[in-house]
Write a new protein. Structure first.
Length: 245
């Protein structure tokens, strides 16, 4: 939580909040939820504890302690260098590398960095685990996302759609051609992007209906007034008396 300095956040409130959150996550796939912290971005309170916990958690990761071949590290550096915009002259816009590349291109890049061909799956898995790439062979064995931030951009375009595109959290799949456009989001990879976002629970593709459900686009439920649903005792007896007569 990032509003620990608010008056509402008393000890009792925080205890109750974390208890309710734990219940809400019960039975949910939340293996990566390993700690909780209340912090204030205004005063900085709690940030040191959060930073220390992040460091301890990172150091416990097997990936941190494993020794990697230099070729793996060269490939990681090559991918990061590829993503940096390259300006060729003052009159041209920066050249931006594609966020998604064919698996064969990734493999050739890896071999060029010295990775053995029998280790290509291992290096892809390692780069995926440390967040340098996104590679989900069960979704596509032909494509590799070399810029994970690109996925955030793809989702943000949906999360910030104007109301004309959205009805009760639903978007017509046919409208993706107007929402996701080349060069960053060409139509050929729309189904791939949708499947990736669905894997993270950000969207749900209702193929038969031709719709994409984006939960964050749901409007807030209107406040319910019980007085509008249930008459007051006085009104109830007045109505009952009038009916009886």
């Amino acid at each position: 939580g990032t509003y620990e300095d608010e008056k509402l956040c008393t000890e009792d409130f925080l205890t109750d909040f974390w208890t309710q959150l734990k219940k809400a996550l019960d039975g949910f796939t939340a293996d990566n939820v390993i700690a909780r912290h209340s912090v204030s971005l205004r005063t900085g309170r709690g940030l040191e504890d959060l930073r220390a916990d992040l460091l301890r958690t990172a150091l416990r990761s097997p990936a941190v302690k494993r020794e990697m071949p230099r070729s793996y590290l060269r490939l990681e550096a090559e991918i990061k260098a590829l993503l940096r915009p390259q300006t060729q002259s003052f009159t041209h816009a920066p050249q931006v590398a594609p966020a998604v590349i064919p698996l064969d291109e990734f493999k050739e890049m890896a071999v060029g960095c010295g990775v053995r061909r029998d280790s290509l799956e291992n290096v892809a898995s390692w780069l995926h685990d440390i967040g340098t790439i996104c590679y989900f062979p069960d979704i596509s064995r032909e494509l590799v996302v070399i810029d994970p931030q690109w996925l955030v951009h793809a989702f943000s375009t949906l999360a910030n759609l104007p109301p004309s595109f959205v009805h009760k959290g639903m978007i017509a799949a046919s409208h993706l051609n107007e929402i996701w456009r080349s060069p960053r989001l060409p139509v050929e990879i729309h189904s791939f992007v949708t499947a990736l976002l669905e894997r993270f629970g950000a969207v749900f593709h209702l193929e038969k209906e031709g719709l994409i459900f984006v939960p964050c686009l749901l409007e807030d439920a209107p406040e319910c007034s019980y007085s509008s649903l249930w008459p007051s005792e006085k009104d109830y007896y007045a109505t009952a008396t009038a009916t009886a007569t």
